[in-house]
Design a protein around this ligand. Structure first.
Ligand code: ZN
Length: 105
C-alpha cells in the first residue's frame, strides 16, 4: 500500500524531469513533489500546469482519482481542442514540433 510522506510545491534548485510531460523542470521553476513509499521510496515530480492539465484530463474523461493519468502516454490529438486554449505551455511541451495557429506567419 502506498503511503505519502510529503506532498508540496517547491522551487527547483537543479534540473528535474516532469512525470507528466517527460520534459525538464528547469532550475527556478516551482513544481510539485510527492514522496511516497510503495515497496521502496518514490518521488513524483511535475510542472504545476501539467498537474492541472492531468486533473482536467481526468475530469474530461470521467476518470477516478486512482486511475493515474500520465499525460505523455494518455493524452491524444482529440484532446487538443480543450488542452491548447487552457494549457498552451503544456501542449508545447507535449507536442514541441507542432506549429500553433497563432504562431503561423
Ligand atoms: Zn510537465
Amino acid at each position: 500500500m502506498s503511503h505519502v510522506l510529503s506532498d508540496c510545491e517547491v522551487r527547483a534548485r537543479k534540473k528535474h524531469r516532469c512525470d507528466q510531460c517527460d520534459r525538464a523542470i528547469t532550475p527556478g521553476t516551482v513544481y510539485r513533489r510527492v514522496v511516497h513509499t510503495y515497496d521502496g521510496f518514490f518521488t513524483y515530480t511535475a510542472h504545476l500546469d501539467c498537474e492541472s492539465a492531468a486533473q482536467h484530463y481526468a475530469e474530461y474523461h470521467d476518470l477516478g482519482h486512482d486511475d493515474g493519468v500520465h499525460l505523455r502516454n494518455d493524452i491524444a490529438r482529440e484532446d487538443e481542442g480543450w488542452l491548447i486554449p487552457i494549457f498552451p505551455e503544456v501542449a508545447r511541451r507535449l507536442w514541441p514540433d507542432r506549429i500553433f495557429p497563432e504562431e503561423r506567419v
